[in-house]
Design a protein around this ligand. Structure first.
Ligand SMILES: *Cc1c(COP(=O)(O)O)cnc(C)c1O
Length: 425
């Protein structure tokens, strides 16, 4: 099984003789053993096996195995949401007094976590801009810097990551490079192939793809060398809460996800529900087909938007005129760029409202990345507490409209948007 398309359909579950063809939903909190010694060995990690669904479950495990295969890593850990996956990954390497770097062009929820909540815990996020030089980014690093973070395709800014630049910085400083690849998915880009050490997903988006299940995941490359690395003392000293386990030494090629599971998940309890793992796994069966179609539809719509007099600007990495076009061609499969398109509407907030009300196919929802086309105007919804000046500062103009282009017919999609633009004149 080498092609990504085959992995989408087949990876993560292989039935034994006479067993269910589709992965069963193991809706059980716990697992029974014949002897207390066996249970003890599981707690000591001497044996592999399930014992409590907070720490592992066969249905969730199937999805973890599939995501590991799709991203080309060594192990994965699923979580209750994208946010909890990011929180688990961060707390896996940071404690009070530590810091990390992130671009400021990231998902709004992640921005709040990094800029407000973690700061209150004494973990400092140092923001850089996507276009900053290597030197400028490096000037933010000190011996307490634990990782560098970015999104493969920034939501909603649409910026495509410069993998070469960020990988070379992370390698130079022996530091983890963590990438939120939610919008790209492994069917467009596999960050590990470009030097990322940890890939994070909100599986809520394209991986589920049908808007049924909130979820998240962390996948590790298995390539990062934690052994003796002074940036990661917690991976190199015996863990008092885990029988003196030294993760860098004892966890093979999976130290990051192993620690996130047996320490982070044990203590925070943000596990994915088996039912959600099942639905997400079902979604990933068609991921390769959907991402090609989302991308094709989005490009056709972006081209139509570029020509419309009511449109001030369009942002989509698949457009030759876009500043991210070259990077998308370099890092993305077949130049596919997902279904997320943003544009600026002439006439500001008022026109944005009229436009949204006139749409029929596109529904107004706080979500992106499922089969059904949808629309969001951040300035009047997710970002409505911000002034126009604040909006400009965080890269979300007052007239920015985010479209999540679905898998319906391109002609219906374009007709709906053009019609709504015409009525917003
Ligand atoms: C939605 C999203 C998240 C948060 O995921 P949830 O599953 O909603 O918690 C994180 N990163 C990106 C890029 C997202 O789009």
């Amino acid at each position: 099984m080498t092609a990504i398309d085959t992995k989408c359909v087949q990876a993560g579950y292989t039935p034994g003789n006479g067993e269910a063809r589709v992965i069963p939903i193991v809706q059980s909190t716990t697992f029974a053993y014949d002897t207390p010694e066996e249970m003890g060995d599981l707690f000591d990690l001497k044996k592999a096996g399930y014992f409590y669904t907070r720490l592992g479950n066969p249905t969730v495990g199937g999805l973890e195995e599939k995501l590991t295969a799709l991203e080309g890593g060594t192990a994965a850990l699923c979580a209750a949401s994208g946010m909890s996956a990011i929180m688990l990954a961060t707390l896996n390497v940071c404690k009070t007094g530590d810091n990390f770097l992130s671009t400021s062009n990231i998902y709004g929820g992640t921005y709040n976590l990094f800029n407000v909540t973690l700061r209150k815990l004494g973990i400092e996020c140092r923001f850089y801009e996507a276009n900053d030089s290597k030197e400028k980014i490096e000037s933010l690093i000190d011996d307490k810097t634990r990782f560098i973070f970015a999104e493969t395709i920034a939501n909603p800014a649409g910026i495509v990551i410069d993998f070469d630049k960020l990988t070379s910085i992370a390698k130079k400083y022996g530091m983890l490079f963590m990438v939120d690849s939610t919008i790209a998915t492994p069917c467009i880009c596999r960050p590990i192939e470009w030097g990322a050490d940890v890939v994070i997903h909100s599986t809520t988006k394209y991986l589920d793809g049908h808007a049924t299940s909130v979820g998240g995941a962390i996948i590790e490359s298995g390539e990062f060398n934690f052994v003796g690395n002074p940036r990661y003392p917690d991976f190199n000293t015996p863990d008092a809460s885990y029988h003196g386990l030294v993760f860098a030494r004892d966890a093979g090629k999976t130290p990051f996800t192993m620690r996130a599971r047996v320490i982070g998940m044990r203590d925070l309890g943000a596990q994915m529900a088996p039912m959600n793992a099942f639905l997400t796994m079902l979604g990933t069966d068609t991921l390769h087909l959907r991402m090609a179609r989302h991308s094709e539809n989005a490009l056709a719509l972006a081209k139509a938007l570029e020509k419309h007099p009511q449109v001030e600007w369009v942002k989509y990495a698949g457009l030759e005129s876009d500043e991210n076009y070259a990077r998308a061609n370099k890092y993305f499969d077949n130049g596919n760029c997902s279904g997320m398109v943003t544009f600026g509407i002439k006439g500001g907030r008022e026109a944005a409202m009229t436009f949204q009300k006139a749409l029929k196919l596109f529904k107004v929802v706080t979500h992106i990345a499922d089969s059904r086309s949808c629309v969001l105007h951040p300035a009047s919804t997710t970002h409505r507490q911000l002034s126009d000046a604040d909006l400009v500062a965080c890269g979300v103009a007052a007239n920015l409209i985010r479209l999540s282009v679905g898998t319906e017919s391109a002609s219906d999609i374009i007709a709906d948007v053009i019609n709504a633009l015409d009525s917003a004149k």
